[in-house]
Design a protein around this ligand. Sequence first.
Ligand SMILES: [Zn+2]
Ligand SMILES: [Zn+2]
Length: 415
Amino acid sequence: MDLTIQQNCPSCGAEIELHEADRLIRCPYCDVQNFMVSRGVLRFILPDKAPKHINRRDMFYAPYLRFKGNIYYCKGKFQKYKLVDTTQQGMNTGVLPPSLGLRPQAMPVSLVTADIEGVFLRQTVKARTLLERAAQLTVIDSENIRAPFYHRAYIGETLSCIYLPLYIEDGVLFDAVTNKALASGGSSENMASRGERYRRSWTPHFLATLCPRCGDALEGERDSLVLSCHNCHSSWEERRGDFRSIDWECVNGGSNTVYHLPFWKLQVRSTGKDMESFADFLRVTNQPRVIMARHRTMNLIFWIPAFKLRPSTFLRLGRTATLSQEKIPRGKAEMGKNMHPVTLQRKEAVQALKSVIAAAALNKRKLLPVLPEMSLHPISTVLSYLPFVDQGHDFVQEQTGISVAKSVLRFGRKL
Ligand SMILES: [Zn+2]
Ligand SMILES: [Zn+2]
């Protein structure tokens, strides 16, 4: 399920339609690009059809938490994953529907803005609890595996809040989307005491997409988390409300290069389980190759896809790129052609480290039980774009031969 969001252009005010993953917003009317920055979760509101005589200040908005993402887990000798897409009540009450059902799919939502005058009921269910419940689904899914959990990670997830509009008339509480009665005997005063008015920090703000270094226009696609300046060859991500430059490189391919896919190249320090070099990684994951002296001098570096993919492909690319890193030459900070947008944040890649180790392990029965003692700390990151050639249905990485189906890349943009 993907949300459709109705939003006014921050530059000219025209109404435009966004997808949930969109960050770079290009207005078709004024042609201005803005980058959306949120503090905390994005908050949306379902459109209401409350009768005209209901005062807007007397409306109530009940929070529902939406989680969409992949849960990766290791249990016994198995590595598994599950896509979870769920919307649940953000407060514990039997009066409201337990979930929004199909409504968020069926109608466009809007971002919560200052012109919403009603009372927002307080969220009393913690996001953590929702994640725990989502994880319970994976427990049910795997209950025939009678072995302990060794690891669990949420990778590439989005957590947002969707408000259901409500109103009270003659002591009866109504769902303002359907105008159906939900309960009677409540009072507006009591409801209002459990809520608060709009807060400014709930609304995202927008950054002008100009290169902070040279002033040229930054480029990206609508779901890009990293923007590029093709004039001064710099890459930018948003952190604490501003664009900050990141270390990046583009690896040179041959004359047949048609596409570049981004990877987070994470140098990691490990404590707990002794894994200091690439040689240790090969040993711990039981790779069938001779460990050479040069492997002992190589830092422990993981190559994690910097874009969303279905779990099986994500793990395969992370595993194979990490294992074949010796074949990949150093790149240069020079823009290449056709660069796939970065749609997975660096911190998500850090979340994925143990899952990639698990995926690389040939003897899972032996390795998975030691995952809990491993502690991995990223010490440096480079965003690295790798060159691919076109081979019909697949793109194939030039130095390593890693392939990825074009259809899988398109599907990943919808995750
Ligand atoms: Zn506009
Ligand atoms: Zn620039």
